[in-house]
Design a protein around this ligand. Structure first.
Ligand SMILES: [Zn+2]
Ligand SMILES: [Zn+2]
Length: 372
């Protein structure tokens, strides 16, 4: 085969481009600047969307809102000079984990937890029951917490998916073996990201439709009131997976995946941690929450949930005084967990959690619960 026809063959990396337009001579190309890639991701992340449909049928109004998923008034309670530590967007390094670590960084509370995910009209009207009324752990309020967490996750999952063509170019200037390694890593991550995207889209659809009908009987929740503001505040969604598998439509088995949102916040002078999920998605999240509820003593449960919020969500905000108080080993342990993404299976019995000196306010009352 002569070179020009080889260049017309599809590229080995699976991009569907011809070799000549894709990996040919890539080892001699100029490497991409990571800062440019991060800028592109940030630009895409800041493109306003409104994710309010299908939870409402009213049209968008008032332009883009910078929506806070953890209210600024909450963050003010734990901020130092208007800043909190955030395990926020780590740029390229958080997705293509070849360099650097994600670390909690100081972030102004104007930016912390905020995203351009709703128009002004819907941000105000849809979330009025949680923003303008004291939180009481009602099914409606819990459903809205979950909806907002799902929309935020979907917003950034879209960005992640849109970024893969750029991430695939990060092997410019590398040797052939490294190119192959990079492309296979990208393919794996792109696969996971597209599954995540489909799951989130269907969650948003189902939860949104129920909210628009004011039906909340599908909503599972566990709401604790704390004696003081939680030093770790959060609005995040993680996926609980079960080692059990269920038969899929194609008669293959797949792991049971279920979204579980975690929220730490204050409302009208009271302080809460809430876990919310969709009961229709399966029994996994409910069983897990039930296990925590029955096995973790009161002194331990807040600490345990704080660690989960820190490791599971990039929308977690930490009181600077609390973080700076931790000894080096604890910080290292927490940073390790942020970066390894270990989730379930990390439950190590209450003795482990009791041994950690991570002061966290005790729950004073179980406000509301629905496990099934
Ligand atoms: Zn290629
Ligand atoms: Zn809207």
């Amino acid at each position: 085969m002569n070179q020009s026809s080889a260049l017309d063959e599809p590229c080995w990396c699976g991009s569907a481009l011809r070799l000549g337009d894709c990996h040919f001579d890539r080892e001699h190309r100029r490497p991409l600047l990571l800062s440019d890639v991060d800028d592109e991701a940030r630009r895409r992340g800041n493109q306003p969307r409104c994710w309010a449909a299908p939870a409402t049928s009213t049209p968008c109004a008032g332009g883009a809102a910078l929506s806070h998923t953890v209210a600024r008034a909450s963050l003010e309670k734990i901020a130092r000079e208007q800043h909190v530590y955030s395990v926020a967007w780590g740029g390229v390094t958080s997705l293509i984990r070849t360099m650097g670590k994600r670390m909690p960084k100081l972030l102004g509370i104007r930016q912390a937890s905020a995203f351009f995910g709703f128009c002004v009209g819907h941000d105000n009207s849809l979330f009025e029951p949680i923003e303008q009324r004291p939180f009481a752990g009602t099914p409606e309020q819990c459903a809205l917490l979950l909806y907002r967490a799902v929309c935020r996750e979907l917003h950034y999952c879209n960005v992640k998916n849109d970024m893969f063509p750029t991430y695939r170019l990060l092997d410019s200037g590398l040797g052939i073996d490294e190119q192959r390694e990079h492309q296979s890593l990208c393919a794996k991550r792109a696969d996971t990201a597209s599954i995540e995207l489909r799951t989130l889209e269907s969650m948003r659809g189902e939860i949104g439709r129920a909210i628009s009908l004011k039906q909340y009987d599908w909503c599972g929740y566990w709401v604790l009131e704390l004696e003081r503001p939680p030093p770790v505040m959060c609005c995040g969604l993680s996926f609980e997976s079960s080692p059990l598998t269920v038969a899929g439509r194609d008669s293959k088995t797949r792991p049971v995946l279920q979204g579980l949102s975690m929220h730490g916040f204050t409302s009208y002078g009271r302080h809460f941690v809430a876990l919310v999920w969709d009961l229709r998605q399966g029994p996994v999240a409910g069983r897990r929450v039930q296990a925590w509820r029955f096995s973790l003593p009161q002194e331990t449960v807040g600490r345990y949930l704080a660690i989960r919020m820190i490791e599971m969500s990039d929308n977690t905000h930490i009181a600077p005084d609390w973080w700076d108080d931790q000894v080096f080993e604890i910080k290292e342990m927490l940073i390790g967990r942020i970066n390894s993404g270990i989730g379930e299976g990390t439950y190590q019995g209450s003795a482990f959690w009791d041994g950690l000196r991570l002061p966290f306010p005790r729950p004073v009352v179980e406000v509301s619960v629905r496990l099934q």
